[in-house]
Write a protein that binds this ligand. Structure first.
Ligand code: LLP
Length: 380
């Protein structure tokens, strides 16, 4: 319960992100234990949260790093991740980023188009190197999640479509400075219906057959991330069901001897440990509703404004009777709203408000709009 930490939280100027490191460790331990049962390798998707203490925990728990920019690779390496544990993904890698990653001799580039493969080959040739690549394949599997975070449909910009694979293989024959080591999939994020992953396994099995029919044995199968979390019960469901998640892949993914399976989890590992803590500035009576106006807004946590995402909101300072509020931020946008008609104990100026399950895609997605200061992070 977050209220247990109120004394500690009250000491800091709001708004700020508060990360519970012991909860993070419990989550990582649970994920590690379940993944190890099947000898699965988990790479942490830094895009979810790249704060140093979080990266340190990831590394100490033996996870690799899934990076989508040169700066994420820099952050991972600065934090002690070995280059052999770093993967570079992303649909638009710049030349400078590719060159940097080549210099670092990272484990693998997840490539998303034949054009990218040609550019990578050319840049690697200039350095007289051979880059290891995995082809990111668009499996055309519906992730049943918000349309902004679904990535595995042919209409999405991500990955190489099945009908392009023949020509990609022909191209790879010619490219001498890239070496195909695996295939990669990522179909979307905040996936809570595990049958979606079963459908992914079926597609991966089909692609494996296709590659074998072309006399290609793949060493690495990377099934991406996307495991969702329960935003409604931050205390009871303090981490997702890693046991069921990894067991499902073990049951449905058909592997060939010696193949390694990689996962790229972000949200599932860090969402629960983070809270955005804010103070009530004003209470304002509207025509149909009361507004609780906070000192945090969409600049600190954009998910509700961008995806209409739910985050549980709690008043840590009041035990009074519940009243409904529209909980809003100070930014000059009507979408700057954390929740409508939220039941909270009667709320007053100065009360501490917790916006829960904000450890993933919270702080990293904050902006300086309205020239706002960046919220600080504290760890407890
Ligand atoms: N691998 C790839 C290639 C990805 O694109 C992503 C996330 C991940 C792994 C990690 O996915 P996760 O396990 O965290 O679901 N800003 C959005 C989420 C965007 C996710 C982008 N890609 C949000 O706030 O919901």
């Amino acid at each position: 319960m977050l209220k247990q930490h109120i004394q500690e939280l009250q000491q800091h100027p709001t708004p700020f992100y508060a990360y519970n490191l012991s909860l993070l460790r419990q989550t990582l331990q649970a994920a590690k234990q379940e993944a190890e049962k099947y000898n699965y390798h988990v790479h942490y998707a830094l895009k979810a949260n790249a704060n140093e203490p979080i990266l340190t925990e990831m590394r100490e728990h033996g996870f690799g790093a899934d990076c989508v920019s040169g700066n994420e690779i820099k952050a991972a390496i600065a934090n002690g991740f070995a280059p052999k544990d770093v993967v570079f993904a992303g649909v638009g890698k710049s030349d400078a980023e590719i060159n940097y990653a080549l210099d670092q001799e990272i484990f693998c580039f997840n490539c998303e188009s034949s054009h990218e493969l040609s550019v990578l080959n050319e840049l690697a040739q200039k350095k007289d190197k051979v880059a290891r690549v995995a082809l990111r394949i668009n499996p055309n599997v519906n992730a049943n999640t918000h349309k902004y975070i679904t990535t595995g449909l042919e209409e999405n910009k991500f990955g190489i479509n099945a009908w392009e694979l023949e020509s990609v293989l022909a191209l790879l024959e010619e490219l001498k400075h890239v070496e195909l080591i695996g295939i990669h999939f990522h179909i979307g994020s905040q996936i809570t219906d595990l049958t979606v992953f079963k459908n992914l396994c079926t597609r991966v099995n089909e692609f494996q057959e296709w590659f074998l029919a072309h006399n290609i044995r793949l060493q690495h199968i990377n099934v991406g991330g996307g495991l969702g979390v329960d935003y409604y019960n931050p205390d009871e469901q303090a981490h997702p069901d890693f046991e069921a998640y990894f067991a499902l892949f073990n049951q449905f993914l058909e592997l060939r001897p010696g193949q390694e399976v990689h996962f790229e989890l972000g949200r599932a590992l860090v969402a629960h440990c983070g809270t955005l803590v804010s103070k009530v500035l004003y209470i304002k009576n509207g025509q149909n509703t009361n507004f609780a106006i906070l000192d945090a807004g969409m600049t600190e946590l954009i998910r509700p404004a961008l995806y209409q995402s739910y985050h549980k909101i709690e008043n840590l300072s009041s035990d009074k009777e519940e009243v409904k509020y529209d909980v809003v931020g100070p930014i000059c946008e009507s979408s700057d709203c954390f929740g409508k008609a939220v039941s909270l104990p009667e709320t007053s100026r100065g009360d501490l408000i917790a916006i829960r399950t904000a450890g993933a895609y919270g702080e990293v997605m904050s902006s300086g709009y309205n020239l706002r200061d960046r919220a600080k992070a504290i760890y407890y």
